[in-house]
Design a protein around this ligand. Structure first.
Ligand code: BG6
Length: 515
């Protein structure tokens, strides 16, 4: 054994990945499966070890049993999946410890060193734990479990505070123990295929970039809908609400990527510099540009759907928003006056996340007599459907073949499932791989986080201080009617709803667009 150790190449790296909070839901559902896919597809370095760390007393074997249930062979269902699964599980171990115990983290350090012996040790920690214990864990990691000669990186995931002040507090505390370069703040929407593709679509296609401004774009809509409620997560959700849970991060990140200026390069700092500029150019949010809603119980087809406040972990008089729609503006030369509408909600009629770009009317349109009076319906619309059924499509006007001149709305449709045979990676696969490579492009820098909170905090405080009562909407519906009035106020109609009901010109009378 000793001789063998002497022959090891000490410059050859090995990576130890520790999932802190290994018995939690996120770890089981997302992190271990993502690590397995990376292993299965040979993306993990040759030498690696995975450790689960949590308070429960488990053996290595029990951890393996626990995680093996969620590992799937996505690509090659009939191939050597079970062999690969066994090989992967043999490299997974468990250490039980308290989250604030330097002693327990030192014990982990000894175990990691045993596996790393003779190689250059790099260490990655994924904190899959509640944010109130982030700092304890980071302190223990930095004092007792950092790599002495290789790198040490820590992945954290939202919530990063609940307002500007608490987020700054958390950033400051984390930076006591880690440099900004060691911190990888996840927003898993940045790891989604179509969100990553946004820059490719825009910056590598001549047909889009010249149109990407107030000159040609009438409005942009960022939409997140879920067809299930907070089932089981009411406790967490009630102190955050939909604005903090989805809008301040996932939708705002998509907006920043969509609206940023061309970065100097694809380097992480260049991209993040441009995103921060967008966030800092945003007009303060006005209370009358926001509507909030909360789902109520509903009986449909003999089945009863619960109200948000039926969740036993939610107070009966909760005013927490499970739906919100907002109008945002970017006060810069490119986007001056263009409404960016956001809509996010739980317990709605469908599940989808998408960006919709509605273009202006064609000036002096030759065919206007063929479109009837509703010219809004004849404008081009570009839809980037993030999920499900990933697609990019452009709605155009086209002549229906035949004699005469009938025009319809058709789609130039890039449906991923038809065009590409490769499976779309889960966001966590991409993000874990990037963290292993030290690539920060898809992670949130502290000044970005700060700018995002600076935008939303005054609004959130206002809503809370005024005890704004959310508009109730039935579980499984299209959400509160207030969202339509908000859109109409800005001469916008929600593209998702018009698409579902092409014959209905609008849910409410829409003011004519003044161009
Ligand atoms: C999380 C939110 O960040 O994103 C959840 O906390 C939400 O409330 C989830 O359900 C949605 O993620 P995805 O990838 O399923 O769209």
């Amino acid at each position: 054994m000793l001789c063998w150790v002497l022959f090891l190449d000490k410059t050859e790296p090995t990576i130890s990945i520790t999932v802190v909070g290994a018995s939690g839901d996120l770890a089981k559902r997302k992190i271990f499966p993502a690590l397995f896919v990376l292993f299965y597809e040979d993306h993990l370095p040759k030498h690696f070890t995975i450790y689960g760390y949590a308070r429960s007393k488990l053996t290595d074997e029990e951890l393996r049993n626990m995680i093996s249930k969620t590992l799937t062979c996505r690509i090659d269902k009939w191939g050597n999946c079970s062999d690969k699964r066994d090989q992967f599980l043999q490299r997974c171990f468990y250490h039980s410890g308290q989250y604030n115990s330097e002693e327990n983290f030192s014990e982990l350090d000894i175990k990691l060193k045993e596996k790393e012996v003779g190689r250059l040790p790099n260490r990655l920690f994924f904190l899959s734990i509640p944010p109130n214990i982030f700092v304890d864990v980071v302190r223990c990691v930095s004092r007792c479990t950092s790599s002495a000669t290789g790198w040490t990186r820590v992945i954290v995931e939202k919530p990063f505070g609940r307002d500007l002040e608490s987020s700054r507090e958390m950033t400051k505390s984390l930076q006591q123990y880690l440099t900004e370069g060691q911190i990888f703040r996840i927003d898993h929407y940045l790891g989604k295929e179509l969100v990553e593709n946004l820059s490719v679509l825009r910056f590598s296609n001549l047909v889009f970039e010249p149109l990407w401004s107030r000159t040609y774009i009438r409005n942009v809509q960022l939409i997140f809908l879920e067809d299930f409620g907070t089932e089981g997560r009411g406790g967490y959700f009630d102190s955050y609400g939909i604005i903090r849970d989805i809008m301040q991060n996932h939708l705002l990140q998509m907006l920043a990527l969509f609206a940023m200026e061309t970065p100097v390069s694809l380097d992480a700092e260049d991209i993040r510099n441009e995103k921060v500029k967008v966030l800092r150019s945003m007009r303060p949010l006005q209370l009358d540009d926001v509507i909030i809603g909360q789902y109520k119980g509903h009986i449909k087809g003999g089945k009863s759907y619960p109200a948000y406040t039926d969740d036993p972990t939610v107070p009966k008089d909760s005013l927490t928003a499970t739906f919100s729609a907002l109008a945002l503006f970017i006060d810069n030369a490119r986007w001056d006056g263009v409404p960016f509408l956001m809509k996010a909600g739980k317990a709605l009629h469908t599940r989808r996340a998408e960006i919709r770009v509605q273009f202006r009317h064609v000036p002096g349109n030759l065919f206007k007599t063929n479109f009837g009076t509703d010219l809004d319906k004849a404008t081009n619309e570009l839809v980037i459907r993030v999920q499900p059924d990933e697609a990019i499509y452009l709605k155009i006007n086209n002549k229906i073949p035949g004699l005469g001149m009938r025009i319809d709305r058709s789609k130039l449709n890039l449906l991923y499932a038809t065009r590409y045979s490769n499976a779309i990676p889960d966001a966590y696969e991409r993000l874990l791989l990037d963290a292993i490579k030290g690539e920060h492009r898809l992670f949130i820098r502290s000044d970005e986080l700060d700018a995002a909170w600076a935008l939303f905090t005054p609004l959130l405080k206002d809503l809370e201080e005024k005890k704004t009562v959310p508009e109730l909407y039935p579980y499984g519906s299209r959400g509160p009617i207030g969202a339509h009035y908000l859109a109409a106020k800005h001469n916008v109609r929600w593209g998702d709803l018009s698409e579902e009901n092409p014959e209905v010109s609008s849910y409410i009378p829409i003011h004519r667009m003044v161009e």
